[in-house]
Design a protein around this ligand. Structure first.
Ligand SMILES: *Cc1c(COP(=O)(O)O)cnc(C)c1O
Length: 444
């Protein structure tokens, strides 16, 4: 504490955040999508580029990860209607969730079992394409499955990929990089679970452990990587590549919504709730959603009350210039995937004109949502991912978001609304860890 100006610390929302209270925050910077887009300096063509690249790599993915066969080498998750979970939430909030409630199951993405399978794997592949093309091993017209040959693996083995991670990004980068043939070093923060470290080691990945938090792991990883000209650092705090990999999600979601007969337009508002750590995953997804549905989609992030770095950065406008420790919070949370103290400056700036708002949630609720989803829908997702359920529950209950709905004339449209809860991880959690989660009951 101490370096942050008084004027920030005295903002009412910052006081609530500092007191670790659950809050709803509506972004005062939100502007109509067309206006936002004109300011951003990134656009749909960047998402097209990422989408095309992932298509080129599909034959390679298919070869390395046969579990992607059903989708022809495209790593994608299901969109599921969850009416029984809606009933459960409505029981908690006296019927406040109307319209349909859906779960985007990135928790079950192939290869990495979390949302990181989007951005993380995409960035490794993009780097791989650049290296292979400049070495004359590949042209964009080739069948990319040739990259799985012994000669190519031999070539990639001279290069190193490094990343700092709270766990899931490390898993995604580690597994993908090992598949290409790289040497991989993952710098893991103290929050990272032992099973994630063990799983990485089983893929031949070098795991460096830190007693400190995520920012420290990133800083060291970056330093070590920068010292080696043949090493590439995946920079979760600033990477545009990760961001665009995540953004592709919306294109694929559109088709899935059409299949389910779900519309997002002036008469059918779409609300999307995404758990947020450093911001890359939810930010990229949000950008992709806005690019497709503009003002008809309302995106809210959800963070733990002890690690609400993105809302702190956005509410003060300081972005990566402020961290949760600056306002006296610990940064420690059971939501290990969200245990980030300082937000991405790049993502915060991009979100300024397009994010609808944020909610924060106490850790004890995560386990309640987790058990409820398991009981009502027989779906397991990890505690971090459960943060998103706070969104539909609080949308109508919080004064701030009620006002947001009223001002936009959305109150009368909620019966035709859809709410998508973005499940960001869980399918790789080992059975004994799952059981331990199921038995964890925290005090409110
Ligand atoms: C990484 C992660 C997030 C958030 O992604 P960021 O890019 O850190 O904001 C959410 N949920 C889970 C399970 C994650 O692993």
């Amino acid at each position: 504490m101490g370096q942050i100006g008084r004027e920030y610390l005295e903002m009412p929302v910052v006081k609530k955040i500092a007191a670790a209270r659950e809050i709803a925050w509506v972004n005062p910077g939100l502007v109509p999508w067309e206006e936002a887009l004109s300011r951003l300096g990134i656009g749909g063509e960047d998402i097209d580029d990422a989408q095309e690249r992932l298509k080129r790599f599909a034959p390679f993915i298919l070869k390395c990860f046969p579990e992607t066969k059903d989708r022809g080498g495209i790593i994608e998750s299901d969109l599921a209607v969850i009416p029984s979970m809606k009933e459960y939430l409505n029981h908690l909030c006296k019927g406040a969730v109307s319209g349909s409630l859906l779960l985007k199951k990135d928790s079950h993405l192939a290869v990495a079992g979390s949302v990181k399978a989007r951005g993380g794997i995409y960035e490794v592949l993009k780097h791989t394409e650049e290296l292979a093309v400049s070495a004359g091993l590949l042209t964009q017209q080739d069948d990319y499955s040739k990259l799985a040959s012994d000669a190519c693996r031999e070539f990639f083995s001279q290069y190193t990929i490094q990343v700092g991670s709270t766990g899931n990004l490390g898993l995604s980068i580690g597994i993908a990089s090992a598949a290409v043939g790289y040497r991989v070093v993952v710098h893991m923060s103290a929050d990272a679970k032992q099973w994630k470290k063990d799983m990485l080691k089983s893929h031949g990945v070098t795991v460096v452990e830190y007693a400190s938090d995520y920012s420290e792991a990133v800083k060291n990883g970056r330093r070590e990587s920068d010292a080696d000209p043949k090493s590439y650092f995946v920079d979760d705090e600033n990477s545009r590549n990760l961001f665009m990999g995540y953004a592709v999600a919306a294109r694929r979601l559109r088709g899935q919504m059409e299949e389910l007969g779900i519309a997002a337009d002036a008469r059918h508002p779409l609300f999307v709730y995404i758990p947020c750590g450093v911001g890359g995953a939810p930010g990229g997804i949000a950008f992709g959603l806005k690019e497709l549905w503009g003002d008809h989609v309302h995106v809210f992030f959800v963070e733990p009350t002890q690690a609400p770095c993105m809302v702190l950065g956005m509410a003060t406008g300081l972005h990566s210039g402020i961290c949760v420790q600056d306002v006296g919070l610990t940064g420690q949370t059971h939501a290990d995937g969200l245990a980030v103290g300082r937000p991405s400056g790049f993502v915060g700036k991009v979100m300024e004109p397009l994010l609808s708002g944020e909610f924060t949630v106490d850790d004890w609720r995560l386990y309640e949502y987790m058990r409820a989803l398991l009981r009502t829908e027989d779906i397991f997702i990890e505690p971090s991912a459960c943060a998103a359920f706070e969104g539909p529950l609080k949308l109508l209950q919080s004064e701030e978001t009620r006002k947001y709905l009223e001002e936009r004339g959305l109150m009368g449209r909620l019966g035709e609304a859809s709410h998508i809860v973005w499940a960001t991880g869980g399918s790789l959690v080992p059975e004994d860890e799952r059981k331990a989660y199921e038995n964890t009951i925290l005090k409110p």
